[in-house]
Write a protein that binds this ligand. Structure first.
Ligand code: PLP
Length: 400
């Protein structure tokens, strides 16, 4: 349709829509569907955070705020970066947006020109390449593999950088693999970036607090202070504080970039919800001990899912360092036919047959740029996960 913009034509519809739609149709038709596709914690938002929002409403904090965040929240964000990441920022270097997604979107809109390249390791969060396209840039996808724990090697990063590279987009722990870079692994990447002063770093630290087995989270500007002046450190309250619906994300970086992002936001959405901002102040300044308790629950779920999937014929499931996803390979299932008669010639065929024949909804690896895999979100109860993994085992045992 010629009425629609050429920019939008460059963007593909969300690859997860088809599988989500099929799951919905099957559930409506009475099938017992187990959804392991959603990327959000099943836990509730902590009570003290909800109470802060209620108090904000009662106090009439229900009007427009400064476009990129109230001073109290910016102060809480600066304190968080210093306390948890050894990063020192002033409020003028902080931007608050409607979710972590808008932070990244604003940054791309504020900086990309036609021809600008953004290096994105695959598998990646589904929105990264399309946000780059919407901003008019060119995504340069660099595949990793199960053999490197889905982590980018310094050699692959070096090879992907050209004179047109504007950003390197870094995400650890990762959606969809859960892979987390150690200090040394990240230092090897930042060493490469130090040799290319024209490349900026966008670090998406959304899953920082979801890390297991003593894994120590670190962020690029922390590991290499020499990158501080060209790094945008992005984060949000959605995953750690179980606040996906509240829509608060934030970033800190050089003032001119933050000012440009403010301009994008002030001419599009204006401020993020005033009430959610006050809730986020409480999330960041309030008690943090519940994070460890929730991580213990996630760790038990991760171990359960990894063990059960590795017992399924044809599936290899690595143990990830963080987030609440696993990203098993189905290489051993390709070329086979399911008990229901479906030829498994791709990860899309695998997840479609799995859903139709067992009712378990997962997302195929092609959606995240690396096949043949699928992503399981284990942010649900152990009893549901046990049932889902038993069904996957049975499905795989039936492949001939
Ligand atoms: N970054 C990553 C890696 C994510 O997985 C997500 C959400 O799934 C986001 C950012 C966006 O989070 P928000 O819900 O705060 O927009």
């Amino acid at each position: 349709m010629t009425f629609l913009s050429k920019t939008l034509a460059r963007v593909k519809p969300s690859p997860t829509v088809a599988i989500t739609q099929l799951a919905r149709e099957l559930a409506e038709g009475g099938k017992d569907v187990i959804g392991l596709a959603a990327g959000e914690p099943d836990f509730d938002t902590p009570e003290n955070i909800k109470a802060a929002a209620v108090a904000a409403i009662a106090a009439g904090k229900t009007k427009y705020t400064a476009p990129d965040g109230i001073p109290e929240l910016k102060k809480a964000i600066c304190a968080k970066f210093l306390r948890e990441n050894e990063l020192s920022y002033q409020s003028s270097q902080v931007s608050v947006s409607t979710g972590g997604k808008q932070v990244l979107y604003n940054a791309f809109m504020a900086t990309l020109n036609p021809g600008d390249e953004v290096v994105i390791p695959a598998p990646y969060w589904v929105s990264y390449p399309d946000m780059v396209l919407l901003g008019g840039g060119t995504p340069v996808v660099v595949e990793t593999s199960i053999d490197t724990g889905f982590k980018l090697t310094p050699e692959a990063l070096e090879a992907a950088i050209t004179p047109q590279t504007k950003w390197f987009l870094f995400n650890s722990p990762s959606n969809p693999t859960g892979a987390g870079y150690t200090w040394d692994e990240l230092k090897a990447l930042t060493d490469v970036l130090m040799r290319h002063p024209h490349v900026w770093v966008m670090s998406d630290d959304m899953y920082e607090h979801l890390a297991y087995d003593g894994f120590k989270f670190c962020s690029p500007a922390q590991v290499e202070p020499g990158l501080y002046d060209r790094t945008l450190t992005c984060n949000g309250v959605s995953k750690a504080y179980a606040m996906t619906g509240w829509r608060i994300g934030y970033a800190a970086g050089p003032e001119p970039l933050i000012a440009a992002m403010r301009k994008v936001q002030s001419q599009s959405t204006t401020n993020p919800c005033s009430i959610s901002q006050w809730a986020a102040v409480e999330a960041l300044n309030g008690p943090q001990d519940f994070l460890a308790t929730r991580c213990e629950a996630f760790l038990a779920r991760r171990d359960l899912v990894v063990a059960m999937l590795n017992d399924a014929a044809g599936i290899t499931c690595p143990v990830p360092e963080g987030a609440f996803y696993v990203y098993p390979s189905i290489a051993g299932c390709l070329g086979k036919t399911s008990a229901g008669g479906a030829l498994i010639d791709s990860d899309q065929a695998f997840v479609t047959a799995l859903l139709e024949e067992t009712g378990v909804a997962v997302v195929h690896g092609a959606a995240f740029g690396l096949s043949p895999h699928f992503r399981v979100s284990y942010a649900t109860s152990e009893s549901i996960l046990t049932e889902a993994c038993s069904r996957i085992q049975k499905f795989c045992a039936g492949l001939k």
